[in-house]
Ligand binder design. Sequence first.
Ligand code: PLP
Length: 743
Amino acid sequence: MVFVANATAGIKLVMEAFRDNDRGYWYGYHADSHTSLVGVREAASAGSTCFLSDHEVEEWLSNKINPSPSSSEETKETKFLGLFAYPAQSNMNGRRLSLSWPGQLRSSNLPRHTNVFSLLDAAALVSTAQLDLSDPITAPDFTVLSFYKTFGFPDLGALIIRKQSIEPLLSRKYFGGGTVQVVSCMKEQWHIKKEDSIHEFLEDGSLPIHSIVALDCALRVYSRLFGNPELVSSHTSFLSRELYNRLSSLRHGNGQHMCRIYKASSSNYGDCLTQGPIIALNFLDYKGNYVSNSEIEKLALIRNIQFRTGGLCNPGGIQTLLGLAPWELKRNFSAGYRCGLENDIMRGKPTGVIRLSLGAMSNLNDITAFVELVKEYFVEYQDLKPLAIPTSPTYYIERLTIFPIKSCGSYEILGDWDVHAQGLAFDREWCVLRQGSNRALSQKEYPKMALIKPRIDLENGFLHVEYHQSKIKIPLSADPRQYKAQNQSQLCNNNTINLQTYTSKETTNFFTNAIGTPCTLARLPTYSSGPNNNNNTTTTRHSKPHLQPHHPNNLPPNQPPNTPQNPSQTLLTNESPILTISLSSLNHLNSQIKLSHGKPAQASVFRANILLGEHPPPSQNQNPTASPTPEHPYAEDTWRHMRIIPSSPSSPSPSIYFTFPSPCRRCQMICIDQDTAERDREPFCTLAKTRRRMGNVLFGLHTVFLGVGGERGARIKVGDIVVPIKEEEVQGDERLKGLLGCS
Ligand SMILES: *Cc1c(COP(=O)(O)O)cnc(C)c1O
């Protein structure tokens, strides 16, 4: 046994030796292989073959097909060298593969099999099963595994070599500290490898001594806790059968199955020989459409349930299961799909799966907890009926809020305020950068940022910032002496923009002490367009290069949110200039949260700029004794634009138009209380149950200012009347048609 860092390192060690062989080598691998096995094909100078099924492997072993280079072309058949690799258990769906192939290969006396060695990847298998290598007739030539997968600790792996199979490893050219006896490197260059014991010439460098010592402890603790691997195997096998049975019986109200489980027809949950305790699946909604994996993952995390989603480092397996053709992979790749991103459903097909893995520590309660979560959030008993929508409710601006420093506290606007294509004045004009890295910090990672309270003081021209007892003030004018030289910063996604970083010790200390990590303030470049219509203020107009103006008519109608077509569009859905939410929808959501005894959400958690109220504003309410108008939650789902009518009748100014490019997709960040910085389950849990559309949890509308007959921008204030405009109502509004560029 050779200690290595992990299973991958063991595979690479074998690969190195085969590659360094003068004859080169042919490589055959099973389609269920982990990426770490697939990569070995790149060094196979005599070609490689991917066996698409067990059947193909068996046909090759029984000489029905011959994918390896034809031995007839070789004058001496012994020259041929090959390596055949496969996983003992698929790391994707837990299917256990035959352990008899290495023996079959060895006992075959066909010339084309004689020099083919077997490499068994046991990394997934041995975490919940015993692997018996005691018989050298049937054992694989090389076996790799990772101990941390069985014991959790230490981080260590092993390459186990069958002693009689050492020959191809001897051709490895590299030598390093520990693997040689003598090295000469002056005039003559020669060395003598340690070949007395097999492991010595393969152990490059110092051994991970402490990990090896810890492994001994791990083995003892394991047997004390679990007895032996057979017990772990039968325990996990029982649990996985239970989980499989419960999940496969879940149905929606209309009888539609909820889970598409990727089980091989040849394997059975509960049978340790053919199936490990892993379930790979996707969820389906009422209509049979796939539910986004990342959505399920977000909810599960709130309940402390962890599983892996995506391609799982098993490219062949995933492509076979999901029926993804190479051209589809390429198309998805061009459309922005990458491992680990959230766009996990592309053109109606999932790009990955959910993998539920059970281990020695799992128990029946874990299974119940997961099945309950699924039932609670994803079983649909009836078609979601759209809420009845009124013909013409009246809306008004209930509250205007800006967030001068991205991810920090809010500042509520009481008077009227500038709005332009880049959003509300001073909104998200500053951000906090991690020192050295030039990355903007976010409340997701640092909830305490919510407690940093900014205030815009136009009278004196300062941004005041408070955190508990400490305060600082920052001039609103862009005095270059405050800043470091222009700085390239990664603020959002892949857009690089120029930021100006504040260098004073006071500013740096303030933010570093408040957030608890080295950081400082930075400002997006601004430009002044001279004094505005309100003469006693020193407001400047601002450009936000990261918030590019949005052109609504370029957007296909009803485009689902977060379907990236190009990077800048993704940027817009993440970072639109303005966010609008409806108080009626919030009230409705809170009444649902109360039903489940959860903590009602404050409007502030949604970090919206415009909060819309539904009743007529108090001044217009002619009859105060009239019963309150019923509210119309989620009426905004049908809005495409809105007109804001400035409410001051003394100085009549024209209506201002806004458009809603897309609904806003939500994540757990809305669970951070903006007054205490504490996290809760709500409102995300209830929102996920009630507002999931095409795999996204939606609340609020991204909003873009459409202009008011010129570049000037406009001013809005609390109390202004808001008229929502649906798609079919655009025709009736000449001014809006003009702004949208319709004929
Ligand atoms: C985890 C795993 C690997 C990779 O193991 P590392 O420890 O990351 O090198 C390879 N094959 C299978 C089947 C696995 O489950």
